[in-house]
Design a protein around this ligand. Structure first.
Ligand SMILES: *[C@@H]1O[C@H](CO)[C@@H](O)[C@H](O)[C@H]1NC(C)=O
Length: 322
């Protein structure tokens, strides 16, 4: 960006010196230097802001991690298109239609979805999302004329669209908006760290990592810290209203994944687990009575570690614990 800016300044200086040389021309045309200065100035500003807005064409199947303006134009009937959006954990996605040229009556559509759908599975699962599934679709053909930006509830969102007529299409502007209290998240990277907090809310949150990983939980606080001292029988989390579960599986819907471990008592200090599945989820179930908090980091499992996991085939399911 600073390089762009410098180029603009050089351009500006060149223009200014050119102006000096042509002052007679300027006088003849009755334009003051000041007037020219402000025109140039606003040109530069416009150039800069245009350059800051990233633009590119959209493919029928696409994945976007950046803000910007994206244009799809059908070059033949394109009936099964899907674009995935993902931001940082602390961001939500805003989708705004800048221009739309589709034939709603002829069977074209554009639908935004609050989450991701992959291989028929949904993230966040319907158990963890505040809205029923049908309310998570926003159909442009039904609501588009309102011209309102669609906002996701978490860092992932999607567009589904179907366009029959070549040359038809649309342009969307994607923005990422800060979300200080993320609940459901898909991690963009196979390594990182996260602190999930559910403060006195009756809700469930899932942090999904779409890679085989090792997870290291450094702190888990459920209910009151005093509970740490209380010895409880280790019989799974049973009827506990507040707990954290680690899930592994091959799809994105946490409610269809296998439980790898249930954690229902607070602890401090590292607990490590290798989960050799395509997808790993840390899910917190919260009754709303407490401030629940889990702190963890994760890293990609290397190939040899994965081989070892597979060799360990006592279970025909993708995990083993350390
Ligand atoms: C959270 O999940 C639990 C168990 O998975 C479920 O019983 C409960 O209804 C869910 N709570 C909310 C608010 O969705």
């Amino acid at each position: 960006m600073s390089v762009t800016f410098r180029v603009q300044i050089y351009f500006f200086l060149i223009c200014l010196s050119a102006l000096k040389g042509q002052s007679r021309y300027l006088e003849d045309n009755d334009i003051t230097q000041d007037g020219m200065f402000s025109i140039l100035n606003s040109e530069i500003k416009r150039g800069l802001s245009e350059r800051l807005l990233y633009r590119r064409p959209l493919r029928c199947i696409d994945m976007l991690t950046m803000e910007g303006q994206f244009t799809f134009t059908a070059d033949h009937p394109q009936l099964h298109c899907a674009v995935f959006f993902i931001g940082e954990p602390q961001e939500i996605i805003s989708i705004e239609y800048s221009s739309v040229n589709i034939d709603c009556n002829g069977g074209d559509f554009i639908k935004a979805f609050d989450g991701w759908i992959m291989k028929g599975e949904t993230f966040p699962s319907s158990l963890d999302h505040p809205l029923p599934i049908y309310e998570r679709y926003i159909d442009y053909c039904e609501t588009g004329r309102l011209r309102q930006a669609v906002r996701s509830s978490q860092n992932v969102a999607m567009l589904f669209f179907r366009i029959h007529t070549p040359g038809s299409g649309f342009t969307v502007t994607i923005k990422k908006i800060s979300n200080p209290f993320p609940c459901n998240v898909i991690s963009q990277t196979p390594e990182g760290s996260f602190t999930m907090i559910i403060p006195h809310q009756h809700r469930n949150c899932s942090f999904s990592i779409i890679y085989p990983v090792e997870i290291k939980i450094s702190e888990l606080t459920l209910g009151h810290f005093n509970d740490l001292q209380v010895k409880k029988p280790v019989t799974g989390c049973g009827r506990a209203g507040d707990f954290v579960e680690l899930l592994g599986g091959s799809g994105v819907d946490p409610s269809k994944m296998f439980p790898v471990a249930d954690l229902c008592y607070s602890f401090n200090g590292p607990a490590e687990m290798k989960i050799g599945c395509d997808n790993t989820v840390v899910r917190m179930v919260s009754s709303g009575r407490f401030v629940n908090r889990v702190v963890f980091e994760y890293r990609l499992l290397e190939r040899p570690e994965l081989e070892k996991q597979k060799g360990n085939s006592v279970e025909d399911f993708c995990y083993s614990t350390d």
